[in-house]
Design a protein around this ligand. Structure first.
Ligand code: GRF
Length: 200
């Protein structure tokens, strides 16, 4: 399975996928390209350091979302991409791309969806909300991407305890460890599903 990885930030989740591939914990997957809306993102640096085609693409470069979507689809097709992994990607995926890759886009979210998902629930804000609510546990979720933010069918989820003196930062750190474990595992499941041809 040829996977594209989209990210906007430092790329630690992408790094965890590369490490899992090197250790043989992810099989049947090739990373065909990495795309970021942020030309100075860490994830593009990691791609370049691993000789993986790295692209900066942003809707701002296009007069309309339609033309951005067409450019994105052309890039994905040019690299024979079968599936897309959102690893800290902060931008909306155009509906045309979701349609073209139905049940073949996965996203990692740093909370126990369906709680703490949706518009505005990203990065540190998620952990602030969990602490604010007084929850005793949090965690990370990998889900299929559909037209609504953080809404699609869940592939994998893993819980972590919230400790009494947690700050948003300390909770984020504990959740990130779980993210780095479940994203590669979810990628393996997606690859098995696609390689077994159930492209339903
Ligand atoms: C992760 O916490 C992920 O859950 C969220 O954005 C962050 C990306 O971190 N979507 P990184 O760029 O993978 O280090």
């Amino acid at each position: 399975m040829n996977a594209a990885v989209f990210g906007s930030g430092r790329g630690s989740n992408f790094q965890s996928i590369l490490a899992a591939m090197k250790e043989g914990r992810v099989e049947g997957v090739t990373i065909s390209l990495v795309m970021s809306n942020n030309s100075s993102s860490g994830i593009l640096e990691i791609a370049r350091a691993n000789a993986i085609p790295a692209f900066h693409l942003s809707q701002k470069q296009f007069p309309s979302e339609e033309q951005y979507a067409h450019a994105l689809l052309a890039l994905l097709r040019a690299h024979a991409v079968d599936a897309i992994v959102l690893a800290g990607f902060m931008k909306r995926i155009p509906a045309q791309v979701i349609k073209a890759f139905r049940k073949r886009i996965i996203n990692i979210h740093p909370a126990l969806l369906p709680k703490y998902g949706g518009q505005g629930m990203f990065g540190i804000h998620v952990h602030e909300a969990v602490l604010q609510a007084g929850d005793r546990e949090s965690g990370a979720t990998v889900h299929y991407v559909d037209e609504q933010y953080d809404h699609g069918e869940i592939l994998l989820q893993e819980r972590v305890p919230v400790m009494p003196h947690d700050t948003p930062e300390s909770l984020a750190e504990r959740v990130l460890i779980v993210e780095h474990r479940i994203l590669p595992a979810a990628l393996t499941r997606l690859s098995a599903a696609l390689n077994n041809g159930d492209k339903k």
